[in-house]
Design a protein around this ligand. Structure first.
Ligand code: UDP
Ligand code: MG
Length: 322
């Protein structure tokens, strides 16, 4: 660890040319107030706009600015992981590039950290300027996640948070590929606390989290921390099996002891549809897990770095226990 650097700010960037100048200036203003050494690590997640050139421009005037560029878009969770892998500070802060997370809050986080907390996460009391759909789906997801896992993952928090160096080091030891970083941080433990804030509107540009990416993140969150969905197959299967047996028994009794004629192929058809629907859904859930096991088995690196400015190019320091 470089003793000179106290704070590392990790900023994932994916096509953020519209805001990145402002973000840089506000972060710099805030971090200068600390009076301590810091680095601003921009992780360029395969942007195809001018974000990279702009970051290089900041770097020409400011040595605190560092840049890691990926060879393509690897996704937000991987970008913040890379930033943490390279960070040198005694405390590492992850913040979005679009100023939805107010940089000024970092000072409150640092104050809490100095009180002795290892993780200080930012809890959104209100989300401004986001669509009704986004707010409701996010709400629903956090509720499902907390219902399906025993782990205490705080609701309504994003990845905007401060981590102590020792939490960062532990995070590096977790090699999983489909990462849900905030869940991993909860899993690691240590002393955690929250600071509250109102989440602002994105300053400019559009969200880089379309529905598809949101669904992927939600599935990663749930499958990484819960076996409940897969267990559900057993419960639902047993209930259906029992009712099927009961149904059959009733039919046999009717046939044996009454005059009724058993017809109704459409009833059979309906049962068939219900059953095959449930089976397919359950297979899908199992598939979600198997896909992730496959990802782990292939053991590809999490990301590929194409260029690095202000730091040494290195591989992720993960030791596999064999
Ligand atoms: N981001 C990224 N890679 C991606 C998608 C997003 O690095 O594939 C970054 C993005 O530049 C921003 C942060 O992750 O700094 C959060 O994304 P965004 O603000 O678009 O998500 P939202 O706030 O709409 O959920
Ligand atoms: Mg945003």
């Amino acid at each position: 660890m470089n003793p000179d650097i106290r704070y590392s700010i990790v900023i994932p960037v994916y096509n953020e040319e519209a805001v990145i100048g402002q973000t840089y200036r506000r972060l710099k203003q805030v971090m200068d107030l600390t009076g301590e050494a810091y680095e601003l690590i921009f992780v360029n997640d395969g942007s195809s706009d001018h974000s990279t050139e702009m970051i290089k421009c900041f770097r020409e005037q400011d040595n605190a600015v560092k840049l890691i560029s990926f060879s393509r878009n690897f996704g937000h969770q991987i970008a913040i992981t890379a930033g943490m892998d390279y960070a040198l500070g005694a405390a590492v802060v992850v913040i979005d590039a679009d100023l939805q997370d107010p940089p000024e809050l970092i000072l409150d986080m640092i104050a809490k950290w100095k009180e002795g907390f290892d993780v200080v996460y930012a809890k959104r009391t209100k989300r401004n300027g986001e669509t009704f759909f986004k707010k409701q789906t996010a709400r629903l997801f956090y509720r499902i996640l907390s219902a399906s896992t025993d782990l205490d993952i705080p609701t309504d928090t994003g990845d905007f948070r401060l981590l102590d160096r020792r939490v960062c080091e532990e995070l590096k030891r977790l090699p999983e590929k489909n990462r849900y970083v905030r869940g991993l941080v909860s899993w690691i433990g240590f002393r955690q606390t929250a600071v509250e804030y109102v989440r602002d509107e994105r300053l400019a540009g559009e969200t880089k989290y379309p529905l598809k990416k949101m669904i992927k993140l939600s599935l990663d969150g749930i499958t990484s921390f819960s076996f409940k969905p897969i267990k559900m197959a057993t419960y639902v299967g047993s209930v259906i099996f029992a009712s099927g047996l009961g149904y059959l028994a009733v039919l046999l009794l009717l046939k044996g002891f009454t005059e009724s004629v058993i017809t109704g192929w459409n009833l059979v058809m309906a049962m068939q549809l219900v059953l095959s629907g449930i089976l397919l859904a359950m297979m899908g859930i199992i598939g979600e897990y198997i896909g992730r096991i496959y990802d782990e088995a292939r053991d590809r690196p999490l990301y590929i770095v194409s260029e690095c400015h202000g730091m040494m190019k290195k591989n992720r320091n993960v030791k596999k226990v064999v």
